[in-house]
Ligand binder design. Structure first.
Ligand SMILES: Nc1ncnc2c1ncn2[C@@H]1O[C@H](COP(=O)(O)OP(=O)(O)OP(=O)(O)O)[C@@H](O)[C@H]1O
Ligand SMILES: [Mg+2]
Length: 318
């Protein structure tokens, strides 16, 4: 079974046979290239229909630098996100519903298929392209090497998403109140005193600054850039919904610091077009962390033995 180096700190990942079988059913004959493994056992693979594709991730760092035109041909590729049953990942069906609505308003991938079988659930999306090349995650080393530019692109992209998605017709809601209520229910179910404490110690949410349709996981890895490092689209919208814009901004700025290094938050905020708001930033980061603690707890309680190809169950680092 094929193995490939995946992710920002490349790890050898073996594509499970069930994912190969699924890919064969959805895209007969396509080459399966793993591109991302999340901390909950979920795997995303690019399904390459065309033999001409070159995987930029396998080139030496910098070989796929901005301005180069030959590194990555788009072909007819798609992305298969596979989530095993019991995973703490958002349900692919929830993501598909959000994509179907949101992709008619903002740059997000088109849904090709969504489904479930006895092994897990999946979402198949069309590869996002720009100028004949597949857009790549802002987490890639070449974008980290251009940290200032990339931070600005991430901030501009978030503002674009918030400006384009219409609150009035969005049926997905993810306010702080709803999230705290869900968190409290989860904490009670898992009888996790630490999580309960974190959930309740959040206090009341700050007053809403501006209601927008938020991405829900607006991080660097979920932002796609073109060959020149410009924002193209977002992915991973399973938690998209109407909320205060700071629930996204707080996560985005922290993700930029974690992924690219310190000192860049002012650039992200300036690109977005907003002044710093320490109170809302602190609140929404704490809320995100409390939810993460519940997800980590769920992963730790999963009954299946850990697979050697999944590595440790790390905290998700935004
Ligand atoms: N349609 C697409 N076009 C281009 N790239 C894509 C597409 N879908 C997914 N990707 C790539 O695959 C990666 C993983 O996809 P996604 O973020 O949906 O997975 P995930 O497991 O939910 O991630 P996370 O670890 O953030 O939970 C993305 O960061 C992006 O680089
Ligand atoms: Mg993601």
């Amino acid at each position: 079974m094929s193995s490939t180096l995946v992710g920002i700190s490349p790890t050898l990942v073996e594509v499970p046979p069930v994912v190969h079988d699924l890919a064969g059913r959805l895209r007969p004959g396509a080459t399966v290239v793993p591109v991302w493994r999340n901390e909950y056992g979920g795997l995303t693979a690019r399904l390459e229909d065309g033999a001409q594709l070159v995987d930029g991730a396998q080139l030496e760092d910098g070989a796929d630098a901005p301005g180069r035109t030959t590194s990555r041909a788009a072909g007819r590729s798609s992305y298969l996100k596979w989530v095993p049953h019991g995973s703490a990942c958002p349900d692919p069906f929830a993501e598909a519903d959000r994509l179907v609505w949101a992709s008619s308003h903002a740059p997000l991938p088109r849904v090709l298929d969504v489904g479930r079988d006895r092994h897990g659930s999946w979402l198949l999306t069309e590869a996002v392209e720009r100028d004949g090349a597949i857009a790549t995650s802002a987490i890639e080393p070449r974008w980290r090497a251009l940290a200032k530019r990339s931070a600005i692109a991430v901030g501009l992209g978030l503002r674009r998403l918030h400006d384009l998605l219409p609150v009035d017709t969005c049926s997905f809601v993810r306010t702080a109140e709803l999230r705290v209520a869900a968190l409290t229910r989860s904490a009670a179910r898992t009888r996790n005193a630490a999580v309960t404490l974190r959930g309740t110690s959040l206090g009341d949410p700050p007053p809403v600054d501006r209601l927008v349709v938020c991405h829900g996981d607006a991080t660097v890895p979920n932002t796609l850039l073109d060959r020149a490092g410009r924002f193209v689209a977002h992915v991973d919208v399973g938690d998209l919904g109407v909320a205060d814009r700071w629930s996204d901004i707080a996560v985005t700025t922290r993700s930029v610091t974690r992924r690219y290094g310190p000192g860049l938050e002012p650039l992200v905020l300036a690109a977005y077009g907003v002044a710093p708001d320490p109170v809302r930033t602190r609140y929404y980061r704490a809320l995100w962390d409390a939810e993460e603690a519940v997800r980590v707890r769920r992963v730790a309680r999963r009954p299946e033995p850990r697979r050697p190809d999944r590595g440790g169950h790390l905290r998700r680092v935004s």
